[in-house]
Design a binder for this molecule. Structure first.
Ligand SMILES: [Zn+2]
Length: 137
């Protein structure tokens, strides 16, 4: 059982397992196509760019850039007391790969587009949720 009721946990599939569990080893695993050499997300069995099935999860640096964000002031989930920042971040290796996430360890008033963030993992039951925190300069 989760120690934080109200947290919504993702449904883990065969293809998304690496993404949701890589964090237990401190790795952000993003699907990578060995044919065209690009990362993509969400993880599926074929590259959406070149249709190759030669795809596999590969660790990225975990560094990203905030592309868009919204500050939520409504207590939708008990595990997230408002205000908190929901953000879309672009991976350093592949800006086309965007993850929707929550920003943690951040003053919501200081969040801005373009800020550099890095992944941190919140271990919940059998998944490690990737959240992002500001990179301290
Ligand atoms: Zn490809």
């Amino acid at each position: 059982m989760s120690t934080q009721p109200g947290r919504m946990l993702p449904e883990v599939t065969e293809e998304s397992r690496a993404f949701w569990t890589g964090g237990f080893e401190g790795k952000l695993l993003i699907h990578h196509c060995t044919s065209c050499g690009r990362y993509f997300h969400p993880p599926v069995g074929a590259c959406f760019r070149c249709r190759s099935r030669a795809v596999e999860p590969k660790a990225v640096s975990g560094r990203a850039r905030v592309a868009a964000y919204t500050i939520n002031h409504h207590p939708w989930f008990p595990a997230f007391p408002p205000p908190y920042a929901v953000a879309i971040v672009e991976l350093e290796e592949e800006p086309d790969v965007r993850l929707t996430t929550c920003l943690v360890d951040v003053d919501v008033n200081s969040v801005e587009v373009g800020m550099t963030v890095e992944v941190v993992f919140d271990e919940q039951d059998d998944v490690a949720l990737p959240f992002f925190k500001p990179v301290s300069a």
